[in-house]
Design a binder for this molecule. Structure first.
Ligand code: NDP
Length: 483
């Protein structure tokens, strides 16, 4: 099986290769076989990408917003027309089942392109009357933006960053995770086919060092990172040295709180979606499932029953619901967390070991009787491992849910709407759900508080993060000078 792109990079409107760059082997996690060989960007490739972005941005920003939007709309149409082919590529790149990549990854990316294509022309400034004089404001693009992606939703992440950046008149240089380099290249080719002028969306491959070189460049005005908290701190620090704007979409250990009056079936379904979709490799997952004590036995029984029915297998088989992890390194990491959870006394309800559908599978795993101090309740596993914790009262669960450095997401299941809103109001998280979990429509702002990040993607809120305000004072009378 091969999924070789035309070249490793896409720069200044064309495919670009430089075989002097460090080799990157792309594996298909379904089988572990190598499906493409790429090269990391050399300094020459990085320079070409940044120079072309800086060159192209001014002309792009001078277009009418509807003209920019028209191109993004065309790109979204191309993505929809090629949906199946792109879903297969995403499955090869990530190992996520086709059942997911057909509906979640590129479709969500196309939504972002459509949303920001339409939004572009509605972004305006304001007029501030001052008696005789007045001030008007202009909303300007930032300039050259850098996007750096994680490997769990590579194409969606590229689209979520490219769409608002381009709609508002910026150029972007995007570095995918070296683990999943294929999708962003297709986005660059599709945008070009849709009419995007050369230089406005460049993709360069590489490890952290390539990302760091991009962040440090003086031509770059903004950095948007999706990645771990540790990387986020490094990138934020580097960006601060150049006083650059940042958006940080980082990791989490989000609480999903199930009160005893919740619909059992819905709460169990949401807990499964929020821990096993994409084999648990989702930043906003509800990995601390707090279940009120009276519901605990029924919750765990129904959960074990439904987990037993999960269909793991060949990710390219449309019947498969559950795929492998992205890499051998991730499998080792997740199995390590499982071993340590057992050693700390968490009770294994189901799973707990490697899966048998391929070399990179880990079984959907549930631990019960988890307590707040255990590693499994404190650290992000980024794999199919659910921790179930018990609680008695609302006040207690809110305090425990908030006792974490993270603050990405949170969910509440209850039939009592007053309680639902009260609890959500008290939870420290940027993205939350009531009687739902992990739904992230482009219309809604998505982002975090505390160590999980800052800034917002999606929704109108993203406009703030890809543009800035200029005030223009207009004097309409004589200048009154005291000297
Ligand atoms: P990493 O933090 O390891 O990497 C993220 C990206 O940053 C990669 O492209 C990486 O390159 C790059 N990078 C690493 N070091 C630097 C540096 N010093 N300067 C610039 N760039 C650098 O995350 P993962 O790829 O392992 O993704 C998993 C993490 O992402 C999880 O913590 C998850 O929670 C988080 N995530 C957050 C989301 C959100 O929206 N909040 C969504 C999805 C994931 P490379 O790895 O190629 O070397």
């Amino acid at each position: 099986m091969r999924a070789e792109p035309k070249a490793s990079h896409f720069v200044d409107g064309a495919w670009l290769e430089d075989s002097a760059g460090a080799p990157i082997e792309v594996i298909y996690p379904g089988t572990g076989e190598v499906i493409a060989r790429l090269h990391a960007a050399t300094p020459a490739v990085i320079e070409a990408a940044l120079a072309s972005a800086a060159r192209a941005q001014g002309t792009w920003a001078a277009l009418r917003p509807v003209e920019r939007g028209r191109i993004l709309h065309r790109a979204a149409e191309l993505i929809r027309v090629r949906g199946e082919e792109l879903a297969v590529l995403e499955t090869l790149d990530t190992g996520k089942p086709l059942q997911e990549t057909r509906v979640a990854d590129w479709p969500s990316g196309a939504d972002a392109l459509e949303y920001f294509a339409g939004l572009a022309a509605t972004v305006t400034g304001e007029t501030i009357p001052l008696g005789r004089d007045f001030v008007y404001t202009l909303r300007e693009p930032l300039g050259v933006c850098v996007g750096i992606g994680a490997w769990n939703y590579p194409s969606q992440i590229a689209c979520w960053k490219a769409a608002p950046a381009l709609a508002l008149g910026n150029a972007m240089v995007f570095k995918p995770s070296e683990v999943t380099p294929l999708g962003a290249l297709q986005l660059a080719a599709i945008l070009t086919e849709a009419g995007l002028p050369a230089g406005l969306f460049n993709v360069v491959q590489g490890m952290g060092a390539v990302g760091a070189a991009l962040v440090a460049d003086a031509r770059v005005a903004k950095v948007s990172l999706t990645g771990s908290v540790a990387t986020g701190k490094r990138v934020y620090t580097a960006a601060a040295a150049g006083m650059k704007a940042v958006t940080m979409e980082l990791g989490g250990k989000s609480p999903l709180i199930v009160f005893e009056d919740a619909s059992l079936e819905d709460a169990v379904g949401a807990a499964m979606l929020g821990n096993f979709y994409s084999s648990g490799q989702v930043c906003s997952n509800g990995t601390r499932v707090f279940v009120q004590k009276r519901l605990k036995a029924a919750f765990l029984a129904r959960l074990a029953e439904r987990v037993a029915g999960i269909v793991a297998g060949d990710p390219l088989d449309p019947a498969t619901q559950f795929g492998p992890l992205v890499s051998a390194a991730q499998v080792a990491r997740v199995l390590g967390y499982i071993e340590r959870a057992r050693a700390e006394g968490a009770r294994l309800v189901c799973g707990g070991g490697p899966g048998n559908a391929g070399p990179l599978f880990v079984q959907p795993t549930v631990f019960a009787d988890v307590t707040d101090g255990m590693e499994i309740a404190r650290e992000e596993v980024f794999g199919p491992v659910m921790a179930v914790l018990d609680f008695d009262t609302e006040a207690e669960v809110v305090a425990r849910a908030n006792a974490t450095p993270y603050g990405l997401a949170a969910g509440v299941f209850t039939a009592d709407m007053a309680r639902a809103h009260r609890v959500i109001g008290a939870l420290q998280a940027g993205t939350t759900w009531i009687n739902a979990y992990n739904l992230t429509p482009v219309e809604a702002p998505f982002g975090a508080v505390k160590a999980s990040g800052l800034g917002r993607e999606n929704g109108r809120a993203a406009v703030e993060h890809y543009s800035r305000v200029k005030s223009v004072y207009v004097g309409l009378g004589p200048v009154e000078a005291p000297y």
